[in-house]
Design a protein around this ligand. Structure first.
Ligand code: SF4
Ligand code: SF4
Length: 459
């Protein structure tokens, strides 16, 4: 197999020991339909494949820290003993000085005290999927009888909290909850009591046969978030966050944006990076695919029982997959003012045409553009603060002080009236712009980007 010359120092793989099998039947789940790829399978990873996988994953790392990510389907369906064996294998193949972090993405409904004790003892980081308060969560996250799963998930979450297991929350942004950004965010912050949130937009493409199995077709299901909905959702939550929660709550999209505004080499999120392809997906039988979102025959790289994981990760085919993210962009993206933060988004969502007729524009373009443009000023403030040795959370004081100054300086000026400063613009477009038009500009010398110190932003 032809390999690209640059072998990565670490490999990120989402392992799916139960394949697509899940105890729930969430309506938007892109993975349930993948069962059809393995007709007749029992969808359980064998000990032999697990052994081979752990050994190859460790061998492929030249870094001291190895992340082992379990996903599904629903990974807890394998039972605890499977993971106990995985931990034994990690010890067996450990290189000197190597440490492991096991992560698991779960729907949380099968958790009990025993699972949570196991997680705690073995330092698992658990991602739990919750879409917001009951009525929003239950819109799509249902069991096989179509009943909402909110109570079961919250029970699982409380158990994780009781046992002191480290966890974060993954929330999909879909057609229903996208219209309720503050309800979702405040629920996650105040009720679910998480400090780390990941938002994933739901975009399901309808294939010619009516299924959503492959990334094909330019129609989306009615569960898919609309681009402008996504933009408003993120903007509303960002505004709440930037006034109240900087440094306390970590929203992955905002953290990634901050890294882009700092001009760091990677945003930490593949969708916002120039190229991708460093995260593979592994099925229960050892099949390796280019990405979790491309588990389909066209993107099958090989099987770990026949090929080394490292050689699949470094193959020319995988390299081109990641490189294509950059090479296939329409001119509209390359000329876009927020290209440095968006980079055209995830290729799986690039199925629109630009007004010039160029292909591969991201379906979510309008949403990403609105969001990135909206956060420009506060992001610049945060970066400037950090570069001068202040915590990014100072932005909250700056923004609230600006609001007071604005209200004192311009009392009772209507939004559509001319701005009293004489600019000729409407007040709402000038000093009345609620969005952060500052009187106190950050000094120019503070605007040169450089890398922030470690730990400034959690990655
Ligand atoms: S295809 Fe999308 S999800 Fe997959 S690695 Fe690339 S950017 Fe990430
Ligand atoms: S906002 Fe739209 S045009 Fe700009 S880079 Fe992103 S997808 Fe491309």
């Amino acid at each position: 197999m032809k390999q690209h010359e640059h072998l990565p120092s670490r490999i990120h793989v989402l392992a799916k020991p139960t394949g697509a099998v899940c105890n729930l039947a969430c309506k938007y789940c892109f993975f349930l339909s993948k069962e059809t790829l393995y007709p007749g399978s029992d969808f359980r990873m064998s000990d032999e494949i697990l052994d081979r996988y752990v050994r190859q994953l460790i061998e492929a790392h030249s870094t001291p820290q190895v992340t082992i990510a379990w996903q599904g389907g629903e990974p807890t369906l394998m039972g605890i003993d499977f993971y106990r064996y995985a931990i034994e294998l990690q010890e067996k193949y450990r290189k000197p000085g190597m440490t492991f972090e096991n992560t698991m993405q779960t729907n949380g409904t099968l958790l009990n005290d025993e699972w949570c004790r196991f997680f705690r003892e073995n330092n698992f980081l658990i991602g739990i999927s919750i879409d917001g308060p009951r009525e929003l969560h239950d819109a799509y996250r249902v069991n096989r009888k179509g009943k909402g799963t909110f109570d079961m998930v919250m029970h699982g979450l409380r158990l994780l909290q009781k046992h002191g297991v480290e966890y974060n929350i993954l929330t999909t942004v879909n057609r229903v909850n996208a219209d309720h950004p503050l309800e979702v965010y405040r629920f996650l912050r105040d009720e679910a009591k998480t400090s780390w949130i990941q938002f994933i937009p739901i975009v399901e493409r309808v294939n010619r046969d009516g299924s959503t199995l492959c990334q094909e077709g330019d129609r989306v299901t009615d569960r898919s978030v609309r681009p402008e909905q996504l933009g408003k959702f993120l903007i509303t939550i960002f505004d709440e966050w930037v006034h109240n929660d900087v440094g306390k709550i970590f929203v992955q999209t905002f953290e990634a944006a901050a890294r882009s505004w700092m001009r760091l080499p990677s945003s930490g999120m593949c969708v916002f990076d120039e190229t991708c392809g460093t995260g593979l997906a592994m099925e229960h039988n050892g099949d390796i695919y280019s990405c979790d979102h491309f588990v389909e025959p066209k993107y099958l790289l090989g099987n770990i029982m026949e090929n080394e994981l490292a050689s699949l990760a470094a193959s020319e085919r995988q390299y081109s997959f990641g490189r294509d993210k950059k090479d296939s962009l329409p001119r509209k993206c390359l000329e876009c003012d927020v290209y440095f933060a968006c980079h055209g988004g995830c290729p799986k969502n690039r199925f629109l045409k630009t007004s010039d007729g160029e292909r591969k524009l991201n379906y979510l373009c309008d949403g990403w553009k609105a969001f990135f443009r909206h956060i420009d000023y506060p992001m610049q403030v945060m970066v400037a603060l950090m570069q001068r040795g202040y915590p990014a959370s100072e932005v909250m004081h700056i923004l609230s002080r600006e609001k007071v100054v604005r209200e004192k300086a311009f009392p009772k000026v209507g939004r559509n009236e001319p701005c009293p400063c004489g600019s000729g613009l409407k007040f709402k477009r000038c000093h009345g712009n609620k969005e952060y038009r500052s009187q106190e500009k950050i000094p120019k010398e503070a605007m040169t980007f450089r890398e922030a110190g470690p730990g400034t932003y959690r990655q």
